[in-house]
Design a protein around this ligand. Sequence first.
Ligand code: C2E
Ligand code: MG
Ligand code: MG
Ligand code: MG
Length: 278
Amino acid sequence: SAKEAGRNAYRFFTNKMNVDVMDRIMVRNSLLRALERREFVLHYQPQLDIKSGHIVGVEALIRWENPDIGIVPPDRFIPVAESSGLIVEIGRRVLQEACRQLKAWQEEFGLADFVMAVNISALQFTRGDLYEAVSSAIRESGIDASNLELELTESILLKEADQALEVMSRLRKLGVKMSIDDFGTGYSSMAYLKRLSVDKLKIDRSFVKDIDVDSEDAAIAHAVISLGHILGLTIIAEGVENEAQLAFLHAHGCDQYQGYYYSRPLPAAECGRLLSKN
Ligand code: C2E
Ligand code: MG
Ligand code: MG
Ligand code: MG
């Protein structure tokens, strides 16, 4: 029955299990239903300037609020959304909602130089019209393009590098900012970094975790900060969970951070309360 199929699909999102072709169809259908029912919501994690301690932006992180199973984290459904192509439509909604929320916060709190960072999947470049999705989200919300930052992973550059570079350069002309997410875990070369003309590198949280005790992680983080600064880039560390990690990053000149130490990703209303006190 349809109800049973739904239950099986939901099991997929809550357990780590493999899916066969039938399961994938059910899973795709439940994501489609979630889109129709507007069950995808964004939480926002503050990004802070290390020197001043002020919030300089937020990263939008998707969650699926499923009425039967509760909140499903992105790692449980983004891969299926990608393999089924639905990520294009989901990503379009994410861009629209993030820009709309930014506009609302700007009207309430000012936030002229504030950044709204949005994660972009490689599939949005190759299967969807990313330029159109971004430019219409900016136009419809009325935000300034320079307040929007796209977080890309190095995998975008592995596949379809030329196509991605072309779209990125058009988006750059629009004034949109770019960062490389999970930096250090992928394959991007120095040459790519130069061609990409990104604004920011995000040090992956796997290097931040033991940054204050593991000399290799410390060396990697230090090297990313130095390299980034030589190239004129802003460096942000992700996954900062404690004072020791923050102190290390501060001492080594890292510009910004985000992580549980300051705040977990929050629903819009709670994040707004932090912004009102900023
Ligand atoms: P990401 O972009 O690297 O996001 C950072 C992840 O680290 C988030 O997980 C965040 O909640 C988590 N995090 C933040 N601070 C800490 C910390 O101090 N400690 C630890 N252990 N974790 C921390 P989340 O929200 O589960 O997102 C996971 C991934 O899902 C994201 O990784 C991103 O790749 C993807 N994702 C999230 N939202 C979207 C979206 O709208 N579109 C696409 N395409 N991918 C998304
Ligand atoms: Mg990210
Ligand atoms: Mg990341
Ligand atoms: Mg990640």
